[in-house]
Design a protein around this ligand. Sequence first.
Ligand code: XCC
Length: 636
Amino acid sequence: MNQIIKTSDPAVKALCPVAESEGIATVFDRYQAQQPQCGFGSLGLCCRICWKGPCRVDPFGDGPQAGICGATRDTIVARNVTRMMAAGAAAHSEHARHVALAMQRVGKGQLPAYQIRDPQKLFRIAEKLGIETQDRDMLDVAYDVASKSLEDFQNQDHHKGCNWISSSLPQKRLNRLKKLGVLPHNIDATVAQIMARTHIGCDAEPQNVFLGGIRGALADFNGMALGTELSDVMFGTPSPIVTEANIGVIDKDAVNIAVNGHNPLLSEVICDVAREMNDIAKAAGAAKGINIVGICCTGNEVMMRHGIPLATNYLSQEMAILTGALDAMVLDVQCIMPSLPQIGNCFHTEVITTSDENRIQSARHVSFHEENAVENAREVIQYAINAYTRRDPKKINIPAIKQTAVVGFSAEAIVAALAKLDADDPLKPLVDNIVNGNIQGVALFAGCNSTQTTQDESYQVIAKILAANNILLLATGCGAGAFAKHGLMTPEATKQYAGESLKAVLTAIGEAAGLNGPLPLVLHMGSCVDNSRAVAVATALANRLGVDLSDLPVVASAPEAMSEKAIAIASWGVAIGLPTHLGTMPQVTGSDAVTALMQQGAKELFGGYFLIETDPKVAGNKLVDVIKQKRQGLGI
Ligand code: XCC
């Protein structure tokens, strides 16, 4: 193998040679084996919606210009991208449904492994959703909040919007979306409708198809808002906590268990049960007991709530096994590489799937159900301890690479930090500093890793440009993982990279909040479902200023967007009015009509639009310009 390792992560660079010497193919080898990737697919011009196909449209205008049924390039591209939005919405919303169903059962006292860890938040949400709280039992309120959330999967009245979206966006934005007919009334129905309207012989008008996709993307937002908020109620609302990130958090003297995926229902219980089983691990010879580490967004969830260190983000998940010291990787749902069990088989590592709907060939499967959560957690931890005893010391190679990360900035945590400056009106210091220009604007980094670019690099380049221009930075998902691994979630990074006025504000808040220094350069807001936290902050700002979200100097950036979920997130970002940067080429450029619709077209409809730019330096500068224009628009 002649590897091209497209990463900026030093731990990945250190471990890829291990894979090479063991003859193990990683994501970087498989990327290379796929070259050149299919041009039709890259442009979105391949239609596989029926079995007369696949049909391809010639991008240069020489060959066929329509599929066998007559679908044009515009129809094909619009359908393909819209189906991706639906899949993203389905993924996030399945996660949300799972959490809501669990909370309903907690309300009925049926799930002893789970509690209501943030009752205050429960009551706040209940009031927001219009549920009676006066003199009521906490568990009854929990049941009602879960049930009202589940209505968003059941409501059949097209005139009634989903509960969560209706209570989470500024009224001006809701009015605009309603007028465009893109507000979802029911998550499941919206996803089903997209699948139906993009079936052969159905909706063929590109803008109409695309707007159907936008409704699906807004259903994605609805699912994500409810998934985030109910998770906080059950598992606790994150607050700032200091931890570490990157592969060096794997400890050779401990039984190392990585939790990978997205849904916190099992990983939370694993954290609880690991404490009980620590002595068993020690008895098996692991001097430091059990060490839980996180990967991807399950990693972000437990990192934000418990300070569990993050081993790595999406693209480098295989590397954790290559250390030879990972005893088990416990998988739940989404963004899990099917290659993991094969690599686990080259070591002693137990790769364990836990979702009956998300299994992988040759992985061990422990069927997780909330009613058996503690037994399930014990079983996987015991597999890890057993595996520890089979470790081959000669294969252990843990690069001593890790960075400190201050994480846990939920919207509530940000407000609490601001309250130290103005207890009566916590938003005032933020609003004042945005208006006076000390903070020029806010940028939310979201999204994945992709082999289409160099892992984690664009995040850092863009963030440094924005920070130098006094733009406040937020991050979620694998973007947050990238910043944590590269040391940009520290007070030191603020001192080094923030512009003077931003640094002064972050220092004032950090010191008032008792952090003995500035807030970190990038605020970790959580996993990808937690993007709704950033919207909560933006909505509070918009309401405070009496403007719409599209008027705010707020942008989003997904430098390595990859998954269908990321496409859904970016699309609702646009729909709620945010200029949203994509640093990887979306598979739509085979249609000028759709590409234009996502840029100028979207701008006219929503105020938000896709800003496609693969050069991170250029992207950073463009985002700074966008923020300046928005400030001008507001007259500040
Ligand atoms: Fe997946 Fe959430 Fe993307 Fe990372 S960021 S690659 S979706 S794990 Ni959400």
